[in-house]
Every structure is written in structure tokens, then in C-alpha cells.
Design a protein around this ligand. Structure first.
Ligand SMILES: *Cc1c(COP(=O)(O)O)cnc(C)c1O
Length: 422
């Protein structure tokens, strides 16, 4: 099946007389005839549902669709993108371990890694996506457990060379985890370029209508944990909290990672997506292939307009021929990238704020990747505690405007920008 058919029909295949639309199983718990059977569920000897803190059928249908879209073997939904990235790393790294990450990351992810997970004893080394092979190589340590990056970084909009980072990770016997939020599997499937695990903030394009916060983790099923049992004891050695089962033995490479994340992390942290939100997410997924095309068309049209305007100092959009990442975009995003464009207007910070105040269609919001166009001046909102020097170090220019093209007509967005620039 093509990607569009998977968007519409993937994951849920009803039998005779069953609901055509994914049913919302709004139940915290599930009934069984004997406690003996329930015991088997708890020991993971039988499959089935017992408590929605760990798993729910609505979520599993939607996760299965995302697994099909990415070309993975298993997936799980989480309550947010933050939870997805935390689980993806914490499932294989713990106190005393180390992770190599791209320095161009979503601000929330950077904070999670550099501050909160550091307090849990996991250290991160951040390397530029443009780092030389030598610099990338030098970031690894004997206790490195994963490499992490974003397909199109938010808000820097840098495209990661997935194959190069995957090769480096594999040379060191660790998986590459890719946050594929901005590209979505419609425009890039990182598994096809060697990535091993994919994460998403489904809050963005997948939901697409600003309706529900959520996240997802997908496993390619291809990383062979059993080749490095001393590196990944959690997957290759018996789990005492599940009567000594070994995830890789019981569930194979195709199921071990997601089963462990569900059985241990979801059980203990409980950051599950509500079935209601999973239903809304699925409505979004049904049109993802149509919407991504339009978002990318609008993004390119707006980026071209801004490039040609004498009131604009710089534009970052990988679909522009002169962009530093254009070649990478041709390779990894041949059908288009996304609707997010970043740029600066002449007059710097003050002019940026004035420009945004004058926009009529595009609203000032923290959100991004929505059907409705929105924009943000990071320096005066999400990053306002930082000095100009600190902003530059974090890859966020003080004059940067992050402009997220929605699904409106490109001519209207451009006319709005034009009048605001004037
Ligand atoms: C928004 C975002 C996140 C965090 O997702 P939430 O759903 O807001 O928790 C992670 N990664 C990227 C690239 C994002 O844009």
C-alpha cells in the first residue's frame, strides 16, 4: 500500500459488523473471568488489556497505523512528544550512561536532556549536525547508549544527514533515534536511511488541528540488541519485575523495545495518551498525506516571497535552492519538507515584534505545525530568559521569527506578510 492508503486505512481493520471508525474504548479497566488468566496477563504470558495506564485498544490501533506509516514493527502512543523522547532514551540508558545528540533540537528536548535527564545521571554530548566525521566520532564514549537527532530541527530547520549519523551510531554498536515530528512519515521515513527508532510529537502535523497533545515511539525492529548484551542488559537479561522474562528472547527484535517500554516505563511513569486524544489523532492521520503536501507548498511559496523581499535579512528553508541544506533536502525530503519557515526582518528584535503585531491571518502562538498559520518570536517568548549571546549559542538568532504556514491559501498568507512588512 502507498503512504496515502496507509494514512486512511492503516492500523485498524474491522471485522464483519464491527465499527468502521476506530472505536474509543473509554474504559480504565477490562473484565476477566478468572484471576488465573489475569495473572498470565500480568506475567506477559497472555496478551490482552488490563489497565489503561499501560495500554488501551484505541491507542494500539492508532499506534499500529503510525508503525505502518514509518515502516516499523511496533509502536506505542505517549501523552506528549516530551514523554516519547524521554521513554525512547530511558528505555536503553540509565544512571551512568551517555548519549550523543544533535545540538539543533527542540528547546523542550534540549532542556529534558541537558537538565532533567542529567539530574538522573545520564550525560549528553551535543554535536553540531554539520560536525565533521572526526568531531562526531570524538563524541562517543564507552558508555554511549544511543545517538539522537531531529529530521528537520525545530526551530533551527536544519536537516540531519541521517545516513551519516546512523553509520556513526552503528560503528559504536548503538541505535540512532530520530525525532521525525516536522517531516512526518509522509515526507521522510528515517528507517529507510538506517535509523533504528523514530519518535514523534503527534501534537504537531499528525494531529494537525491543534486539538490534542500526544507522542509516539516506533521501533524498526532492526537493531540487534543481542549483539551487545553488555550494553543493553535491560533488553537482553531477565527482568525481575516480570518473573525473569528476557524481552529479546520472548518478543524478538521486532517487539522487545516497545514491549519493555510499555511493561516497565508506562507501568511506572504512566504517561499514556488518553483514548479520546488517540481518536482525534487518528482523524488527523486520515488526511496527513493531503495536508503535508499543502503545508510544504505554502512553506515554499512563503520562503520564496521572503527571500525576494528587500525588508528581510535572512530566510531558512531547506526547499530553497540556495539553502545550506538543499542537497540534504533533495535526498531525504524529495517530495517537500514542511510548512515552517524561519527568517528575520530588517530592524532586528524590535522590528520582528512590530511585524508580528501587524499580521492579521497569522496568530502569535507557542504552537507550530497547525492547520491555522501561527508565528513566534522565540527571543521575546519561549527563550526570553536568555541574553543575545546565549540565544546565538543555542542556535536561535535574537531576530528569528518562526513562521508556521497552515493550510490557508498561499496568496492570502503572502498578502498578509506583505502588508505587515510595509
Ligand atoms: C513539540 C516538539 C516536541 C515536544 O512535543 P510535545 O507534544 O509538545 O510534548 C518534541 N520534538 C519536536 C521536534 C517538537 O516540535
Amino acid at each position: 500500500m502507498g503512504i496515502g492508503t496507509k494514512c486512511v486505512q492503516g492500523g485498524y481493520r474491522p471485522g464483519n459488523g464491527e465499527p468502521r471508525q476506530v472505536p474509543i474504548i473509554q474504559s480504565t479497566t477490562f473484565k476477566y473471568d478468572t484471576s488465573e488468566f489475569m495473572g498470565k496477563l500480568f506475567d506477559l504470558e497472555e496478551s490482552g488489556y488490563f489497565y489503561t495506564r499501560l495500554q488501551n485498544p484505541t491507542n494500539d490501533h492508532v499506534a499500529a497505523k503510525i508503525a505502518e506509516l514509518e515502516g516499523g514493527t511496533a509502536a506505542m502512543l505517549t501523552s506528549s512528544g516530551q514523554a516519547a523522547n524521554f521513554y525512547a532514551i530511558f528505555n536503553i540508558a540509565s544512571c551512568g550512561d551517555h548519549v550523543v545528540a544533535s545540538s539543533d533540537l527542540y528547546g523542550g528536548t534540549y532542556n529534558l536532556f541537558a537538565v532533567t535527564m542529567k539530574r538522573m545521571g545520564i550525560e549528553f554530548t551535543f554535536v553540531s549536525p554539520y560536525a565533521s566525521d572526526e568531531e562526531l566520532e570524538a563524541a562517543f564514549r564507552p558508555n554511549t547508549k544511543a545517538v539522537f537527532g531531529e529530521t528537520i530541527a525545530n526551530p533551527a530547520l536544519v536537516v540531519l544527514d541521517i545516513e551519516r549519523f546512523a553509520d556513526a551510531a552503528h560503528r559504536h554498536g548503538v541505535p540512532l533515534i530520530m525525532d521525525n515530528t516536522f517531516a512526518t512519515p509522509v515526507h521522510c521515513r528515517p528507517f529507510e536511511f538506517g535509523a533504528d527508532i523514530v519518535t514523534h510529537s503527534t501534537t504537531k502535523y499528525m494531529d494537525g488541528h491543534g486539538a490534542g497533545v500526544g507522542g509516539c515511539i516506533v521501533d524498526s525492529g532492526r537493531f540487534d540488541w543481542t549483539k551487545y548484551p553488555e550494553k543493553f542488559p535491560g533488553l537482553c537479561e531477565p527482568d525481575d519485575s516480570y518473573h525473569g522474562i528476557t524481552y529479546t528472547e520472548r518478543f524478538g527484535l521486532e517487539g522487545a523495545f516497545i514491549t519493555k517500554a510499555t511493561a516497565q516505563l508506562m507501568r511506572d511513569f504512566g504517561s499514556i495518551q488518553s483514548p479520546q486524544n488517540a481518536f482525534l489523532l487518528n482523524l488527523g492521520l486520515e488526511s496527513l498525506h493531503i495536508r503535508m503536501k499543502k503545508h510544504a507548498e505554502n512553506g515554499l511559496a512563503v520562503a520564496r516571497y521572503l527571500r525576494d523581499s528587500d525588508k528581510v535579512t535572512w530566510v531558512k528553508y531547506c526547499g530553497l535552492e540556495e539553502d545550506r541544506d538543499y542537497e540534504l533536502a533533495c535526498k531525504y525530503l524529495p517530495n517537500g519538507s514542511c510548512g515552517v519557515v524561519s527568517f528575520a526582518v530588517k530592524g532586528g528584535r524590535a522590528a520582528a515584534e512590530e511585524f508580528m503585531r501587524k499580521l492579521r491571518i497569522t496568530a502569535i502562538e507557542t504552537h507550530v505545525a497547525d492547520a491555522r498559520s501561527c508565528c513566534l518570536h522565540p527571543a521575546s517568548s519561549t527563550h526570553r530568559q536568555m541574553t543575545d549571546e546565549e540565544l546565538e549559542a543555542a542556535g536561535v538568532a535574537p531576530d528569528m521569527i518562526r513562521f508556521s504556514c497552515g493550510l490557508e491559501d498561499a496568496e492570502d498568507l503572502i498578502a498578509d506578510i506583505e502588508q505587515a512588512l510595509k
